[in-house]
Ligand binder design. Sequence first.
Ligand SMILES: Cc1ncc(COP(=O)(O)O)c(C=O)c1O
Length: 436
Amino acid sequence: MNPLAKELNEIILNANPHIYDMLSDTGKNLYFPKGILTQSAEAKEKADKYNATVGMATEKGQTMHLPSIMNKICGLAPEESLTYAPSFGIMPLRKAWKEAMMKKNPSLNDKVISLPVVTNAITHGLRVIADLWVDEGDAIILPDKIWGNYNMIFETLGTGRICKYQMFDKDGGFNVPALKKCIQTESIKNSKAIVLLNFPNNPTGYSITKEEGAEIAVLLTGLANDGLNIIAVTDDAYFGLFYEDEVLKESIFAQMTGKEPRLLTIKLDGATKEDYVWGLRVGFITYGASIEGNASLVYDALERKTAGCVRGSISSVSHLSQSIVLRSLESDSYIAEKAEKFGIMKRRALELKQVLLDPKYDDAWEVYPFNSGYFMCIKLKYVNAEHLRVHLLDKYGTGLIAIGDTDLRIAFSCIEEDDIRQLFDTILAGAKELRI
Ligand SMILES: Cc1ncc(COP(=O)(O)O)c(C=O)c1O
């Protein structure tokens, strides 16, 4: 093992041995290399004559660049856009995102959490989590309604074992007892459970209520208190798009963090969906834990391991993307711009609810509970989802996502409010045509 990894492990072990136990073998081996990176950092400070350390190019004291590229980048210098960003992410963005997170989640105000590490959006954040925290056969506890890419990340590329529970109870609420049972049965072997919570949920568009949030927090802290090591990962990709009053409008990360030594909370979030910049690929990993003594030392160790994983996979996230997201966060109009887009999405969701009250649809499908996010889902009663999908595409030029035999996912994020009724009438017409 590299001595730097040993040093980080010692720090974690002394402050909270359960967190050390929860690290995967790869996680234990990870460190942030010094080598070239440290030498260049030192040179940046002291080499005022010649600095020949970094694998970039300069010209007349400036970052070398092609005018045909810089012409397209308005308002940012080559040093803020073309150069490598640190593997941790650029510091002003990490600080600004954390500050925004504290405002969006007031329950975090009395908690000590890490600085976010920048990832190539949330997909990469999940992958980094799989590397750092998931060992062969570890249970990843998920509901039966999930974003399909979790399978690829945790089981195909990773070595975890996805274990599912029924997401909704018979009254359409979040099925906390099913979650509990799944954790208890699946975590026995490795005495560790990775519970992945995603609200607003893809594909259903469901977010937990405040009461459900409290129940989940009590459940996970209770199990941790009983001796189970739990990593609670929140995938907050669609954070903030909450359309109904009873919904918990903070991340459940904020309710659980720092509560139990055996409960490590990890928040994944990002600008991709929240700020409508899907292709810029800017996401974050933030840790929260119960730590004896100097928490900042432990968070620093976890951030170093995480940045080491970023360094060894994608090196660093686009500097251009990070600078754009940072400037937007700092802009005076950011809050108002977000409120305007939120209003559009909320009106669509409410229109959808109104349209779906029409009893004429009852014969053809059931609607899964939804109150947030980009999506909603219907459960077809008499037609196969894939057959209907293809039929709607061929006959009506209408594209939806089929999930399994019965479910269709509708991304209302891409449908104008005025077109929603027509869309559902089209789905109904298609379903009737296929009814045998
Ligand atoms: C639940 C969920 N998490 C993560 C992602 C990926 O987000 P990103 O584009 O930030 O990688 C998606 C969708 O793309 C998603 O639906």
